[in-house]
Design a protein around this ligand. Structure first.
Ligand SMILES: [Zn+2]
Length: 146
């Protein structure tokens, strides 16, 4: 039962997108609101209030490092865009390769972000972002208490 619940969460959280053919960062553009110490570029407007980016930035950078260590692949952080809830329906987040971009909905930000970072690191390190979620790393590195 727990496995079914986890698989359901994985399917709802997000998935890997396709390679950009628009030459405009998968249609999202390249502007960002803030760049953290790790180099992670974050666009949060208009989904998050302007006074909120610093706590989110700290959290996302910390989670990025945690997932990187868990997966065992190091890579420069990709750009991250936070969008409004429902914008990615039925997913909570998406990872797009070439150029690398993670898009996450506001309410599923932390969970979806970690899941998409696993896709990104697998793509960076192996060339396969594992769209079918065959890797155990999705469960091991995307959930705080598996
Ligand atoms: Zn996925």
């Amino acid at each position: 039962m727990r496995t079914i619940a986890l698989l359901t969460i994985l399917l709802l959280v997000g998935c890997g997108g396709s390679v950009d053919e628009s030459d405009n960062n998968h249609g999202y553009g390249y502007s960002y609101d803030f760049r953290g110490d790790s180099g992670l570029a974050l666009r949060y407007s208009p989904s998050l209030l302007a006074e909120k980016p610093f706590p989110w930035m700290t959290l996302l950078e910390k989670e990025y490092l945690n997932v990187q260590e868990c997966v065992g692949i190091s890579a420069p952080p990709p750009m991250v865009i936070v969008v409004n809830d429902g914008d990615l329906k039925p997913y909570g987040g998406l990872y797009y390769p070439d150029p690398d971009l993670i898009v996450v909905e506001h309410s599923s930000l932390q969970l979806a972000f970690k899941h998409e970072v696993v896709h990104y690191l697998l793509h960076y390190g192996t060339g396969n972002l594992d769209p079918a979620h065959n890797s155990e790393l999705f469960v091991r590195c995307s959930f705080a208490h598996p």
